[in-house]
Ligand binder design. Sequence first.
Ligand code: ZN
Length: 407
Amino acid sequence: MDTIILDILKDISVKTDSKIVLVVLDGIGDLPNEKGLTPLESATTPNLDRLAVNSALGLMDPIYPGITPGSGPGHLGLFGYNPLRYWIGRGVLSALGIGLEMGPNDVAARGNFCTVDSSGKVVDRRAGRIPTELNAKLCEKISSAVQEIDGVKITVRPEEEHRFVLLLSGEGLGPHVSDTDPQKTGLLPLDPVALDESSKKTAEVVKKFIDIVKEVLKDEHPANMVLLRGFDKLPNIPSMREIYKLNPGAVASYPMYKGIARVVGMEVLKLEGHGELLEEKIALFEDNFDKYDYIFLHIKKTDSYGEDGNFESKVHQIEAFDAVLPRILDKKPDVLAITGDHSTPCVLKAHSWHPVPVLLSAPYLRYDPCERFTEKEALKGSLGRMYSMQLMPLMMAHAGKLKKYGA
Ligand code: ZN
């Protein structure tokens, strides 16, 4: 069904001057606290409230009811792709996110520096979240010790904190290799295992790589070992340019979100500083608004605070967004959607399967009684309950970018 929809959308999409903005407050959906209020309900949000009165609201299932999404699939849905059909490995997202070029034969994995004890068992899967500067030094140390294994070029590059990317470039590399991360402390790192015939060489190269790294890091502390996961090749996803005739731009700071934006054909705008400052993101949005007809603006911290179980900071982050919302509205996008890629309830300190509130501000809306952008208000919204992947065609239609289907 979903490929048929994409084919139809490709046929009926037209290029126009209207502009679409998608704001993703990562992990925005939540559950009530002891006072019976979610962060969205607790926050003071005069600007969002005013916008909600004149918008259409609803709830979206990012993947399918009951399925807890990762941020990758969560975003694919928001960009109009069925996340059950298209899959982007974490390694690929990370590699693209830090700007590594990937060829069609390359395999990427995400790495963690970790701490192991004298028996080799993992005691900290994130090596105490070492600073990014130390990460960069360790990646350099590894890079100078190993550039090639069995004719396969090895690239190791730092991400944030304890995370890095391993990129393998060469012939005959299948992407199906198991993770070496045991996911729990007190266990030995797992061996990389080829999950099919075509990935045997990849697994062998990775095994040799790990043996070398173990030696290189043996006197380091706390980062004396690595864990690898999410091996994958570039997926074959039709770009948003091709399907929707859009010229899409992305304002995002975390590597994974930049990566997924690139995979679907967005141009990722460059943040000058570290980029987690809301102010810097909004300024970049303002400066580039005229250049694009679709802008994806990603705000990460709502999710981070959800994962930390930090209700109060999640509330503050929502209020900080509310304070800059008028600057987005001042640009007068024809269609503006505000939503999340999934829920991250503070009480669970993790992503969850709960549907996410969505707000659609656009011309030609029907009656909608919602007065605030909250989970509870969204229940009575005119958008009802839908899948995240249905938001994109709706935004396109409201922006006047979809022709009639059939005579
Ligand atoms: Zn997320």
